[in-house]
Design a protein around this ligand. Sequence first.
Ligand code: SAM
Length: 286
Amino acid sequence: MADIWFNEHHVTGSVKLGLNIQEILHIEKTPFQELQIYRNETFGVFMTLDGFLQVTEKDEFVYHDMISHPALAVNPTIKNVLIIGGGDGGSAREIARYNHIEKIDMVEIDGAVVEACKKYLPSTASVYTTEPRLNLIIGDGVQFVAEAADCTYDLILVDSTDPAGPGEGLFTIAFYENCYRILKEDGILINQHECAFHDLDAIQMQKAHSKIKKVFPIARVYGFNIPTYSTGYWYFGFASKKYDPIKDLKTEQWENLGLKTKYYNTDIHIGAFALPTYVKEILSKA
Ligand code: SAM
């Protein structure tokens, strides 16, 4: 095994995650970010953007299950979905598994990510060629939601990079207010809430939560274990105009769909919203 490593720095100078590079597949400076795709013996093909791990063949199922299924298990009548980001296609792939969904608009700022994933990550990106309900728009999600009509979507998934670079505008009050406006009266927003263990990440989590709860009447946070993300544990926000993610969980209805998932199930749904004390404290200060 050659001694070449991809290192993701979690705390500058003292903590990093390293994946040995077995094969360099794609390196590109796009107009928006540094796009790199490698192969690792354990995690398979993986993509990084601006030095941060985005998706690996081996553990992407965790992230894409947990960004997609919770909202659909709470509101089984969701028809129109908007995905912001999600260039690897994994979130769209999971949403498309629900036959009752009528339309999936997906706004990805960087077409180079889509093209590279089509070539090197077919497990997530084949949805682009197989899914007729998927409407891919190459553009900025911030601008898209600002221009979209009121009460258009039942669900918005913000499957973006972190609040830096092109993703920064997806963590502002103005962005959340536009999401609120274009969601229907029982709409749900799922967004990135980062991890909670390292100080800088905890600050990002607090900032995101304090903004979201100013806009949505129901703003909850849920976590999941993903080996290749910083500290191995990551969080999403569940913001809603009407539904509580636990009280309104439609366990029987979701299970009757017979969807085979590898991480999500309605037990883990309930567990995911049970937060460690230190995370509750971070959020309470938001
Ligand atoms: N599913 C991946 C994961 O497992 O974390 C996440 C992300 S996906 C690769 C993140 C995408 O967000 C990238 O393709 C990036 O180009 C896109 N993105 C960042 N800022 C954006 C914006 N303002 N509008 C639309 N897409 C954006």
